[in-house]
Design a protein around this ligand. Sequence first.
Ligand SMILES: NC(=O)c1ccc[n+]([C@@H]2O[C@H](COP(=O)([O-])OP(=O)(O)OC[C@H]3O[C@@H](n4cnc5c(N)ncnc54)[C@H](OP(=O)(O)O)[C@@H]3O)[C@@H](O)[C@H]2O)c1
Length: 340
Amino acid sequence: MDTLRIALLGAGTVGSGFVKLLGEQRDRFRALGLEPALTGILVRDPSKKRPSWIPRGLLSDDVGRMLAEADVVVELMGGTKTAKRLTLAALGEGLPVISANKALLAEHWSELKPYVLEGLLYYEASVMAGTPVIEPLSGALRGNNALEIHGILNGSTNYIIGRMEEGLDFSQALAEAQAKGFVEEDPFLDIGGVDAAHKLAILARLTVDPDYPWRDVRENTRGIQELARDHIYAAESEGKKIRLVASLFPQGGSWKTAVRPVMLPASHPLAGAALSHNALLYRGDAVGDVLISGGGAGSTVTASAVIGDLLRMLEGYPGHPPLPAAIPAPSYQTEVFEEI
Ligand SMILES: NC(=O)c1ccc[n+]([C@@H]2O[C@H](COP(=O)([O-])OP(=O)(O)OC[C@H]3O[C@@H](n4cnc5c(N)ncnc54)[C@H](OP(=O)(O)O)[C@@H]3O)[C@@H](O)[C@H]2O)c1
């Protein structure tokens, strides 16, 4: 049996889930004639307390050696500085990279894109964690022209709004979400809508324009910081629910994006996404409406998509391709949401 040598960058929430699942799913790799082995695990602080299944002897800051010995790199460290440098270094050496890093993909797409086109970058976990959207949007749904997409792409804000519906005020709900580990180290990334915007930029490049600019998505992003219980009560009195919705839609002959809190009828498919769950409503010209929903964050929920990407890579599938060329924005009446 050959060895599959994996350099793991990061052993936090997702990285530790990855190590756990790699052990549990070992037989899937053996069925392909491969024994997975880590060449090392890059962390910031090796002395930090970690789950029992993390092999402490593999924690290392010798990332040069880890990459040199690897067949594949799994990037679960996050951020756009060191992660960018290491991802580009690995890709430049021809190593495939599996990444959950939506910030890096959204903000540094032009540098990554040549490698994406070579099929070296796999990123299913970057949007909606283990709930598959990247694969359907880069595969089966390509038989359509997308008309519009709308998503609940950030589980933390959905959780906060859900708890406000149950009577907490914004700061109590945020504190609870932070205590449960649902919120990024910098909470603005979640409550300011930036995380949802990162994911929307990735989806736009898969569905309508391979070069959809991050700047345009960022400029049309508003979070839930101003949300008060009064907004929730007012929506409820009209049979509606407030959700942070990320949308991509045609307007005036071009594609537009928006991330903002809106009021949805309680019966709307996106209103049903429970607490930390995510949901994506894809509207295609041939298929009609497709709703994909499920867990959008968490340790093994996210790591399962990383393992899935690794197995797809071993079966010979390339990383997820963006749309080959932009499709024109149709003239079409999009769903209109009432903004808060
Ligand atoms: N958490 C989720 O539910 C989720 C869902 C989907 C996608 N993602 C994405 O997955 C990635 C990882 O997220 P996470 O929640 O697992 O993050 P996390 O818990 O903060 O873990 C990050 C890991 O990377 C290490 N690290 C960070 N910067 C480093 C540096 N400069 N040098 C060396 N090591 C460094 C940290 O080391 P220490 O342990 O020593 O601090 C830690 O082990 C991010 O891109 C995130 O956006 C996360």
